[in-house]
Design a protein around this ligand. Structure first.
Ligand code: F0G
Length: 368
């Protein structure tokens, strides 16, 4: 490049980030047409971050797909841009969902943007404060149900069956179509499909969506093959692992506190067709993985999001990961959504309190 043309380039405005949201970026792959209004907050295009720590552990290359970087802080935005856009096209005036917190945070944001009335049903007292704040700020009608997520979903279905409200839980197939774009992005960035893809499993929509995406790219010849999918549930809420619904699921990872996942069969198909596995990790493993990811890699995720990382660590320690693999792990939601749980395991949030004095600071910091 000549000196003058490089100066020209320097003088040109760099412009906004060119990412246009998942509907525009992957329009040909999604159930929208030219008349569908695009309700977007610029979701998707999230970082795929190389992890030296996990790469060392598995003796391969591990990349973390950081879905907390979506506009409302979780992967739900991918499905919600699609579901809300289609709901608007179909003339919906109100939308309803059951949620452990992230679906409701996302749904209410996109509904606000579209001018729809959002109604959310959440388990009473079991929602992380950040997620509740999101629904409130987006102007939702928030209904707390004395029961768990599974009961909330039943009521949401009941409302949508009887009243003029559109259901936007992942039983709405458009949601999975939007969420599959995460697989596309992984292949687009890596230039190939990973050997193994790891993620947490709750209501089991996301693992099903990833499988759709990886399969479609392979069928279209964009990728040569598909990864094995490894899903991890929380031990106290692991119906797929146990092979039976869990009547009273419990885990510190409230986002995946689900006893009877709606996409159970789809998730089993994703596991089996991909040659993968769905297993469980304990709350302790989850919280350890959450802390390690934050302290070693600078990635702060909420507990549920760490379940996949915890599962990969356990598999590596058990010698179940062949060396030399390319592995991707989705961390699904941002740590800021649930600071209470993050800090609950910390003995003292404040290490020292000092007077405004450099040498006092140096001393307590171990510098002096
Ligand atoms: N990680 C986070 C942070 C979640 O919020 C969820 C689900 C999952 C993982 C599991 O994904 O359900 O597709 O298997 N949260 C839902 C909600 C249930 O209501 O926000 P899944």
């Amino acid at each position: 490049m000549s000196a003058s043309s490089s100066q020209d380039a320097a003088r040109r405005p760099r412009g906004a980030h060119p990412w246009r949201g998942v509907i525009e970026e992957y329009r040909d792959w999604l159930p929208v047409d030219d008349d569908t209004p695009v309700i977007t907050l610029g979701e998707g295009g999230t970082p795929l971050v190389h992890s030296p720590w996990l790469s060392r552990l598995v003796r391969g290359e591990v990349h973390v797909k950081v879905e907390g970087s979506n506009p409302t802080g979780s992967f739900k935005d991918r499905g919600m841009t699609a579901a809300i856009s289609v709901a608007v096209a179909e003339g919906a005036k109100a939308v309803v969902c059951a949620s452990t917190g992230n679906t409701s945070a996302s749904m209410t944001a996109y509904a606000a943007r579209a001018g729809l009335t959002p109604i959310v049903l959440v388990p009473h007292g079991r929602i992380a404060a950040g997620k509740m704040a999101q629904a409130v700020m987006h102007g939702a009608e928030v209904i707390q149900v004395r029961g768990g997520f599974d009961e909330c979903l039943q009521i949401s279905r009941g409302l949508a069956d009887t009243y003029p409200v559109a259901l936007v839980n992942s039983v709405n197939p458009v949601r999975l179509q939007g969420q599959k774009t995460a697989s596309f992005e992984i292949v687009d960035v890596l230039g190939r499909a990973p050997d193994v893809h790891v993620l947490p499993v709750g209501n089991a929509g996301n693992i099903s969506a990833y499988w759709i995406g990886f399969r479609e790219y392979a069928e279209a010849g964009v990728a040569q093959d598909t990864p094995r999918l490894w899903g991890f549930q929380a031990a106290g809420a692991a119906p797929i692992v146990r092979g039976a619904p869990v009547p009273d699921p419990d885990t510190v990872a409230t986002a995946i506190r689900i006893g009877n996942p709606a996409s159970w069969r789809l998730a089993e198909a994703a596991r089996d067709e991909s040659g993968g596995r769905i297993e469980s990790v304990t709350d302790e493993q989850i919280l350890t993985a959450q802390r390690e990811l934050g302290a070693r890699e600078g990635i702060f995720v909420e507990p549920a999001s760490a379940a996949g990382v915890a599962g990969l660590v356990a598999a590596a320690e058990a010698g179940q990961v062949e060396p030399g693999l390319t592995v991707t792990v989705t961390v699904t939601g941002h740590g800021l959504k649930d600071t209470e749980t993050a800090l609950s395991g910390v003995e003292s949030v404040v290490d020292s309190v000092i007077d405004a004095d450099v040498s006092a600071a140096a001393e307590v910091a171990g510098l002096a």
